[in-house]
Design a protein around this ligand. Structure first.
Ligand SMILES: Cc1cc2nc3c(=O)[nH]c(=O)nc-3n(C[C@H](O)[C@H](O)[C@H](O)COP(=O)(O)OP(=O)(O)OC[C@H]3O[C@@H](n4cnc5c(N)ncnc54)[C@H](O)[C@@H]3O)c2cc1C
Length: 404
């Protein structure tokens, strides 16, 4: 049996940054990070929009508000100092009617409260910044929102972790907690063997709920998968130069389909938030898991039938999102935000991502903020939803502070 002071399950951005934060705090500790896939970042962390968010969406007392601005600054500096791809393109949030202009004002206020550089500008000024933008009256401008290549960042951070003596074991899956473990040590079974550890950290993204349940944690929660599809534009004469987002429905955790300019300037539409039927339900029947499907359909079915209404309307979301499997529909939705958005240009589907969204069974709602449960022997990151990529640095340090 191998022994380590810390074992982390999950080699996404959160697991990797927790390993680095642990190394900062405990320079001599032994740290093992296991990742079930062949390389780090194969799930959410490598399949997202790559947007470094500014931090103006979130209400003041949330962890998202606390960590996003700082996380954006840190990853911007990291990308610049390591010469990684970054496109400091900025972002506009646009309104479609006077009610949405009200929400823009609220977001502006939230941004100011969170210390974010954000301004309300006129329709005319918005067009000066991005000639193709469509908005009603005003727009919110965020200069610090940018794009990175998420996979490049994750792999570079994983390399840093290895340089700092963190043992990254790819192709190794956490299987169970060994019930017999007692005293100060925990025993863990993996696909590679048995380990004994002083502290266990669960950063397993879509599977964080199942692992937490092994430890008697997160009993009120399960993770629901929501599929994010992307549609790329072929090169066009006047590509968008900056991100354009709609005003979000603040009662649900997703931002709505938007235009993203990626780290190398390509235009894309997405991501959707379509309820998926199993956790790694990326395409067709890949990674099909019957047990997961039954449990997810049971929960989503109940939500759809209205058992879970509490400020958030799953049925409307599901019906609205499922239409976005249609290319014409997706292009039409995105066309309300910018001029010159034509179906003939948007022909290439990108790699989908799946959001690991925490559902609170007791309260019947989708959790909006980052969430974790922990005790003196284990820590479980249960809701590392967007913008957890952006916020990962300060969030990881916060997690490590809680470990003691
Ligand atoms: C479509 C989409 C768009 C997004 N856009 C943005 C954005 O623009 N900006 C932003 O800041 N955030 C964005 N996010 C959110 C961001 O991607 C996530 O918050 C972040 O990647 C979460 O990281 P993670 O490490 O928790 O999860 P993951 O990256 O999913 O990592 C978890 C890892 O655990 C591994 N694992 C699972 N089970 C086991 C096991 N039993 N044993 C060992 N390993 C295991 C998995 O293989 C996986 O690699 C987006 C997310 C999605 C899905």
């Amino acid at each position: 049996m191998e022994t380590s002071d810390f074992i982390i399950a999950g080699g996404g951005i959160i697991g990797i940054r927790i390993s680095l934060a642990l190394r900062e705090k405990y320079p001599h500790a032994s740290i093992i990070l296991m990742e079930k896939e062949k390389t780090p970042g194969e799930h959410s962390s490598g399949r997202n929009s790559g947007v470094l968010h500014a931090g103006f969406y979130y209400s003041e007392n949330s962890l998202k508000a606390k960590f996003t601005r700082q996380g954006n600054e840190e990853l911007t500096q990291y990308a610049l100092s390591r010469k990684l791809k970054i496109n400091r393109c900025g972002k506009l949030v646009v309104a479609q009617n006077p009610q949405e202009e009200e929400t823009l004002r609220l977001l502006h206020e939230r941004g100011k409260n969170n210390g974010v550089d954000v301004s309300l500008i006129t329709e005319r000024d918005a067009r000066q910044l991005e000639p193709r933008v469509k908005t009603h009256g005003s727009a919110l401008y965020s200069p610090s929102t940018s794009s990175i290549d998420p996979r490049e960042i994750v792999l570079t951070l994983a390399h840093d972790a290895e340089q700092k003596g963190i043992r990254i074991r790819t192709g190794e899956k956490y299987l169970s907690r060994d019930g017999k473990s007692g005293g100060d040590e925990l025993s863990i079974k993996t696909s590679g063997g048995k380990y004994s550890t002083g502290y266990f950290i669960n950063a397993a993204g879509l599977y964080a709920d199942a692992i937490a349940h092994d430890f008697g944690m997160g009993k009120d929660f399960i993770i629901l998968p929501f599929k994010g599809l992307y549609l790329y534009s072929a090169p066009v004469p006047h590509p968008l130069k900056m991100h354009i987002y709609p005003v979000p429905d603040l009662r649900n955790p997703f931002l709505g389909v938007h235009h993203t300019v990626d780290s190398i300037g390509r235009n894309e539409i997405g991501p959707t938030a379509i309820p998926a039927f199993w956790k790694e339900n990326y395409r067709g029947m890949g990674q099909f898991n019957l047990r997961e499907m039954i449990s997810i359909i049971w929960t989503e079915g109940r939500l759809f039938l209205g058992f879970g209404k509490k400020g958030f309307d799953f049925r409307s979301l599901a019906l609205r999102e499922v239409k976005k499997y249609s290319r014409s529909h997706l292009v039409k939705v995105a066309g309300s935000l910018a001029e010159g958005v034509h179906k003939k240009d948007y022909t290439l589907w990108g790699h989908p991502g799946i959001r690991a969204q925490l559902y609170n069974k007791k309260e019947n709602l989708l959790e909006m903020d980052f969430k974790m449960e922990y005790d003196s022997r284990s820590m479980h990151i249960l809701n590392a939803v967007s913008p957890a990529f952006t916020a990962s640095g300060p969030f990881a340090r916060y997690v490590v502070e809680k470990i003691g």
